[in-house]
Design a protein around this ligand. Structure first.
Ligand SMILES: Cc1cc2nc3c(=O)[nH]c(=O)nc-3n(C[C@H](O)[C@H](O)[C@H](O)COP(=O)(O)OP(=O)(O)OC[C@H]3O[C@@H](n4cnc5c(N)ncnc54)[C@H](O)[C@@H]3O)c2cc1C
Length: 445
């Protein structure tokens, strides 16, 4: 599909309107051989490739002005082997599709918290989710990935085959080729898991900080199956919320426990009781895991503008609690938020240098998520998110940024900020597998 085609505008559309661009062409291969032909065309023409699977790139890497987009979203096969506890997927499969296929057998693999997002981009960018503290990042359960490399060859990366490539693709995947098949190890999940969603009233930064202090003490003691993330939001105009608080700021506590539901309810209970004020809204129940995964679904409509930054910090210190509360109380719009995402547990079981994702030793990730619609408001939202991230970096001991939530900047400084201590060996691996930078539009190396 080129600009001459009537369907070009549809073909170039991406989820993040902030990153809309005009590629030279969009190609839709449906087989690995087709992908190899697209890579061959890129080499012949000198066009760089931006790879697109689920199309939900927050960082804008699946498009670009003048690039060749390799869109593999139509490759959607899934095969689950319940005895071997593995799932093999083609690159266009979404998180919701994978969850549905695996939970049919009482199994799952940690993925992100939005069913509409692509498994491939999410996993190759690290991938945090409700099961991460219990079972690792999405990329930690990747057993094998087959890629079409810059040389146009299909190559397997796994612990046994091309291990240095396997190490790099888990967190920096788009830099090394087009993934055409991924295999995941699966873990058992109960039929239903415990979750809670509680909205506390807050009046300014001091209130928020008090709640975050309590949260921090609780999360440090919580079992690893427990994933509780506080975030800030405006009270919506919905029947479940008090009329007289609509539009007010609230601190929301979203908790999921990936283990047995009785234990889950016990582990989540203290998080529902932080602070002195009665919640504005409270829900605590058990649900099938795919429903939990879809709980926040639809909250980020396609075409709006998004700029997400994440700062992973070794410790959620008093100073960082205060700073987080201050930034939560100073949102530039109604839909921006700050999410405190807990790490530790199984995420920390892996050495930081074993994958491209550097934040293994982080206690939490602070996600500054700007969301808005009007291009005239770009400056205010971008400035708030950038300043928030810069100040968190100044105050905290930073281990890196989550690749999936790392702004839209390119170049060396951005890459060092994201990959931190892993940057140098990633550059070396990039030189070996993509010496001419065929896949550089997709990334930063
Ligand atoms: C609503 C929403 C919720 C989210 N929630 C989470 C979350 O809970 N946890 C989390 O970790 N992230 C989350 N993200 C971020 C998400 O993981 C990234 O934006 C991810 O890149 C999306 O993957 P995709 O396949 O949909 O995107 P695409 O736009 O298709 O791809 C993005 C990039 O991934 C790489 N990539 C994609 N396909 C391939 C391939 N076949 N071969 C090689 N590289 C490839 C490329 O670099 C590509 O540019 C969320 C995003 C959204 C929009």
């Amino acid at each position: 599909m080129t600009p001459a085609d009537a369907r070009y505008d549809e073909a170039r559309r991406v989820w993040n309107g902030l990153t809309a661009a005009s590629p030279a062409a969009v190609a839709y291969p449906t087989t690995a051989a087709g992908v190899a032909r697209v890579v061959g065309t890129a080499r012949e023409t000198g066009l760089g490739i931006a790879t697109r699977s689920g199309g939900h790139s927050a960082t804008g890497t699946s498009t670009g002005d003048g690039v060749l987009v390799c869109g593999v979203g139509a490759m959607r096969g899934i095969a689950v082997d319940p005895d071997a506890r593995t799932a093999t997927v083609e690159p266009g499969v979404t998180v919701g599709e994978l969850d549905a296929a695996t939970t049919a057998h009482g199994l799952a693999t940690p993925q992100g918290v939005a069913p509409e997002v692509g498994v491939t981009g999410l996993t190759l960018g690290g991938g945090t989710g409700y099961l991460s503290r219990a079972h690792g990042l999405a990329c930690d359960r990747l057993a094998r990935v087959d890629l079409v490399t810059a040389a146009g060859e299909r190559v397997t990366a796994s612990p046994a085959a091309n291990p240095e490539l396997f190490r790099a693709v888990r967190g920096a995947g788009g830099e090394f080729g087009v993934a055409v098949e991924l295999a995941f190890d699966l873990v058992p999940v109960p039929d239903e898991v415990a979750m809670c969603d509680v909205w506390f009233p807050v009046d300014g930064a001091a209130d928020i900080a008090a709640l975050l202090h309590e949260y921090r003490a609780l999360v440090r003691e919580a079992p690893r199956e427990t994933n509780v993330s506080p975030y800030v939001a405006r009270v919506p105009d919905e029947p479940a919320f008090p009329d007289d608080r609509v539009g007010d700021l609230a601190l929301c506590v979203l908790g999921v426990h990936g283990g047995a539901p009785d234990a889950g309810e016990r582990a989540l209970a203290p998080f529902r009781e932080v602070g002195d004020a009665a919640p504005l809204f409270e829900r605590a129940d058990r649900r099938p895991y795919p429903e939990v995964q879809a709980y926040l679904g639809g909250g980020s409509p396609a075409g709006d503008r998004y700029y997400w930054r994440s700062v992973a910090v070794e410790a959620f210190t008093d100073d960082l609690v205060e700073l987080t509360a201050e930034r939560m109380a100073a949102l530039p719009g109604d839909r921006d938020t700050v999410v405190v995402w807990p790490l530790g547990g199984a995420v920390a079981d892996i050495d930081p240098a074993d994958t491209a994702v550097p934040e293994r030793d982080a206690e939490v990730v602070l996600n500054f998520e700007a969301c808005w619609s009007d291009p005239d408001d770009d400056d205010a939202h971008l400035a708030w998110a950038r300043e928030s991230a810069a100040r968190a970096r100044d105050v905290g001991t930073v281990t890196g940024e989550l690749p999936n939530f790392s702004g839209t900047e390119r170049g060396d400084d951005a890459a060092r900020g994201v990959y931190a201590a892993n940057y140098d060996w990633l550059r070396e691996t990039k030189r070996r597998w993509d010496p001419d930078g065929v896949f550089s539009p997709s990334g930063r190396l």
